[in-house]
Design a protein around this ligand. Structure first.
Ligand code: TRP
Length: 447
C-alpha cells in the first residue's frame, strides 16, 4: 500500500535511524575504497589526514546536513529553496544529480562483488596473481558485468520501493549487526596471520611526512572522508527529514561517524595483514580500481579451505555493506521526485532505476570511464557539496541552524562549537581541499 503523499514517514526509533545512516555510510567505500586509496602511496599519512578531516570538518558538515533535512522535513531537491529561496535551487539540483552519478557506478562494483562471491562459493579461488587478474578481467567486461549491475540495481529498488520503515529500516536493522559480527571475526582471524604485524605497521605507522603535502594523498583523504560518511550530496538531509523534532542531531552524527570510521579501520585491519602475509603489496600498490578483487582472492587462494570460507565471508560482508549504502543513494532522488511531482514511491523508484541502468552502462563496460565518473561524482563533487552545505547552514541560514541545535538540546558549549566550526573552520578547509583535489584531478587527466 502506498502511503499518502501528505504523510511523511518516520523512523520507528533513534536506533532505526542510526542503523540506516550507518548502513549508508558503511559500504564499499570502507572496504574497496579504503584499500584502494590507502595503497596509493599515502600510507599512514593518508590514514591520519582522513581521520583529521572526519573529526574537524566532516562532523560539523554532518550536523549541518541533518539540520537542513530536519528543519525543512523535505527532500534534498526542495530543502535549500524552502529555507533560502529560489536562488538556491541549483544546490537542490546538485543534490539530485550527484547521488544518481554515484549510484550509476556503485552498482557496477556491487556486481563485481557478487561475481567474486559466487566464484569463491561455487568454483574456488584463483591459484596465483595472473589467474586472479584474468578473473577480474572476465567479471569486469561483457555480459557478466551488465548482469551484476542490473541485479544489484533491482535488489536496491525492491528495498527502496517498500519505503522507509518496511524497506530501508527493516533491511538495515537485520543486516547491520550481522555485518559488524563478520567484520570483527575477520579482523581477529587476520590478526593470527604471520604478516599481521607487518600489515598494521604499513597501514598505521609507516609514516612519510612528505605524503602530508602530496596533492594525491590530500585528495584521497578528502574523498575518502566524504565518500565514506556519505556526505556532501544530501543523503543525511534526506534521512534526517524522517526524524522527529526532538532527536539530538550532534549525538546522532557522532554515533554514525564513529561506527563508520571504526569499520573503515577494521577493514584495514583485515586487508593489510592479508596482503602483507601473502607478499602482495606490489600487486596492491599498482592500485587499479580492481585491487581488492585481485589481491584478496589471490591471497586467500593459497590458504586452502579456510581461505575459501574467509573469502566467502569477506565478499558477503562487502555485498551486505554495499546494499545498505545503495539504498540511500536511490532514496535521495526517489524522495525528491515524490516531493516535487507527487509521484508514487514505486513509480519514482522504477523510473530512476531504469535511468541508472542505462547511465551506468559506460562505466560497466570501460574501466577508464568508471574511474573518471568515480573521481568526479564520488570525489570532487562531494567535497564541493560539503563546502556548500556548511556555507549554507553557517552563513546563509544560520538562524535555522541555531534552531535545530537548540531543539537538539545539546547545551551552549556544543552549540557554540558547532556554529563556529560550520562558519569559520569547515568552509575554508573544505575549499582548500577542493582546490587541491581539482588540481590533482586535472593533473591526472593531462598526464
Ligand atoms: N558511504 C558509502 C560507502 O562508503 C557509499 C555512499 C552511499 C555514498 N551514499 C553515499 C557516498 C553518498 C557518497 C555520498 O560505500
Amino acid at each position: 500500500m502506498d502511503s499518502k503523499i501528505t504523510e511523511r514517514e518516520q523512523w520507528t526509533s533513534r536506533l532505526g535511524f542510526i542503523l540506516a545512516a550507518a548502513g549508508s555510510a558503511v559500504g564499499l567505500g570502507n572496504l574497496w575504497g579504503f584499500a584502494y586509496r590507502s595503497s596509493q602511496g599515502g600510507g599512514a599519512a593518508f590514514v591520519l589526514l582522513y581521520l583529521l578531516i572526519v573529526l574537524i570538518v566532516c562532523l560539523p558538515v554532518f550536523v549541518a546536513e541533518m539540520a537542513l533535512g530536519r528543519n525543512t522535513m523535505t527532500s534534498t531537491l526542495l530543502a535549500p529553496v524552502k529555507l533560502a529561496g529560489k536562488n538556491w535551487y541549483p544546490l537542490g539540483i546538485l543534490f539530485f544529480i550527484a547521488p544518481l552519478g554515484i549510484a550509476s557506478y556503485y552498482s557496477v562494483i556491487m556486481g563485481w562483488t557478487a561475481d567474486t562471491l559466487f566464484h569463491s562459493l561455487f568454483i574456488g579461488l584463483p591459484k596465483n596473481l595472473t589467474e586472479a587478474e584474468t578473473f577480474f578481467g572476465s567479471i569486469s567486461t561483457g555480459k557478466s558485468v551488465l548482469l551484476g549491475h542490473l541485479l544489484s540495481l533491482v535488489l536496491t529498488a525492491l528495498i527502496v520501493s517498500s519505503g522507509i520503515k518496511k524497506g530501508i529500516e527493516k533491511v538495515t536493522r537485520f543486516f547491520m549487526p550481522i555485518l559488524f559480527i563478520i567484520i570483527v571475526v575477520l579482523a581477529i582471524w587476520a590478526s593470527t596471520l604471520s604478516g599481521a604485524w607487518e600489515g598494521y605497521k604499513t597501514f598505521l605507522f609507516k609514516f612519510d611526512f612528505a605524503e602530508l603535502t602530496n596533492p594525491q594523498t590530500i585528495r584521497n583523504a578528502f574523498t575518502q572522508a566524504f565518500f565514506s560518511l556519505s556526505l556532501g550530496i544530501g543523503i543525511m538531509v534526506t534521512y534526517a527529514s524522517y526524524l522527529n523534532r526532538k532527536s539530538n542531531l550532534p549525538k546522532l552524527s557522532i554515533g554514525v561517524a564513529s561506527l563508520d570510521t571504526l569499520v573503515g579501520l577494521l577493514a584495514g585491519f583485515i586487508t593489510f595483514p592479508i596482503v602483507l602475509t601473502f607478499g602482495l603489496s606490489d600487486a596492491i600498490s599498482e592500485s587499479t580500481v580492481g585491487a581488492l578483487f585481485i589481491s584478496i582472492p589471490t591471497a586467500l587462494g593459497s590458504y586452502g579451505a579456510v581461505g575459501r570460507i574467509v573469502a566467502v565471508a569477506f565478499f558477503a560482508l562487502a555485498y551486505i555493506a554495499a546494499i545498505t549504502s545503495s539504498v540511500s543513494l536511490l532514496e535521495v532522488p526517489v524522495s525528491s521526485l515524490m516531493d516535487k511531482f507527487g509521484f508514487k514511491r514505486k513509480n519514482s523508484v522504477w523510473l530512476i532505476t531504469v535511468f541508472l541502468f542505462l547511465a551506468g552502462i559506460p562505466s560497466a563496460l570501460n574501466l577508464n570511464i568508471f574511474a573518471t565518473v568515480d573521481s568526479i561524482f564520488g570525489g570532487v563533487l562531494l567535497i564541493f557539496g560539503g563546502f556548500l552545505v556548511s556555507f549554507f547552514m553557517g552563513w546563509v541560514v544560520p538562524s535555522k541552524f541555531n534552531d535545530e541545535l537548540n531543539a537538539s538540546k545539546v547545551g551552549i558549549k556544543t552549540t557554540r562549537y558547532l556554529k563556529f566550526m560550520t562558519r569559520w573552520v569547515a568552509p575554508p578547509i573544505i575549499a582548500f581541499g577542493l582546490l587541491i583535489s581539482l588540481f590533482d584531478l586535472l593533473k591526472s587527466w593531462v598526464s
